[in-house]
Design a protein around this ligand. Sequence first.
Ligand code: NAP
Ligand code: F7E
Length: 346
Amino acid sequence: MKSKKALIFGITGQDGSYLAEFLLKKNYVIHGVKRRSSSANTERIDHIFDSINFKSKNFFIHYGDITDSSSTLGLINKIKPDEIYNLAAQSHVRVSFDIPEYTANSTALGSLRILEAIKNLNLSDTKYYQASSSEMFGKQTKGKSQNEKTPFHPMSIYGVSKVFSYHTTIYYREAFGIFACNGILFNHESPRRGPTFVTKKIVQALVRIKLKKQLTLSLGNLYAVRDWGHAKDYVESMWKILQYKKPDDWVIATNEEMTVKEFINICAKKLDIKLIWKNKGIKEIGIDKNTNKIIIKIDKKYFRPGEVDYLKGNYYKAKKLLKWSPKYKSNDLINDMIKYELDLHE
Ligand code: NAP
Ligand code: F7E
């Protein structure tokens, strides 16, 4: 059978790298888009180049940028993919407060550029996956999980941009018959998570503190609740979403909830750090009982002008219709992330 062609925007990111590995195992030909940067940005996919049999001609990287319509259209025209995964975005919520216009240009308008290209090139057989986000839910009632019917109330330009892309995806589906789908993914992490996202920042710092290579970890809001899954599970859902009999929108989550502080406590326990918490608010500190040193501090620069306090996803629809469920529990995720960091220091 002829291999399918997938075009991945954002292949150098956490999800892009796992998705490429997943699709290669399914015998896809992968085309990935990387943007030009002054230093290497292919760390997460270099091992694919190293391990691949180039004669099989199944892995290609192209320069491009989701803020550039002509290169986006040119690549789609040249490759004529069976499936397009739009994972490219300025994906950091905190950073979107500092660079709102660029965030909207990439995270909102990027989807429009791809969908316009599919439409104008008459690629009626090309399927489109949009990396939508639980950040679209934004302000929610504590204790109530979110599903596909929950109204959006974004709290950042990142969230607003993702809402734009979500509706644009549905609009192109309904108006032009494109097989365009939204995966509304809740937070998902892994050893390949970017170092400024909170889980990676915590694991990396606590391992270094344990090994006496770092003194303190500074954080913002410890009381935000997130539903953290493993990126490896979540990229499988992206593929399943595009194989379903009709285009649709899907919540992908674990339905487990945890505060940032609980995440820290679990990591500390696994690393045998006896953590004691003192004080409240901006003065809150975490002390290592063994050394009596302050190892966790609060820094107000990590607080956000608009915070999302409570996210917990109900993935009932994906479980029932896509037969997708997360294989990794939060405990497995944390073990995987800690092991990776410890191995780096061996
Ligand atoms: P990530 O690690 O930050 O990766 C983002 C990717 O987008 C990187 O490859 C990045 O390239 C690329 N990119 C950024 N700006 C671009 C531009 N202007 N043109 C082309 N490529 C650009 O994010 P991730 O965690 O893998 O997430 C993948 C997607 O899912 C993102 O759209 C994110 O917003 C969304 N999402 C993520 C989560 C999550 O919890 N991880 C949850 C819901 C939705 P560089 O490597 O050069 O920076
Ligand atoms: O923050 C709090 C912070 O930056 C999680 C992206 O993948 O998931 C991600 O967005 C929580 C927030 O992820 C620090 O205030 C405390 O409440 O790891 P994060 P995020 O903002 O939830 C969604 C689904 C996406 O779509 C995004 O692309 O942790 N927090 N202290 C901190 N967060 C960070 N980054 N750094 C701190 O020091």
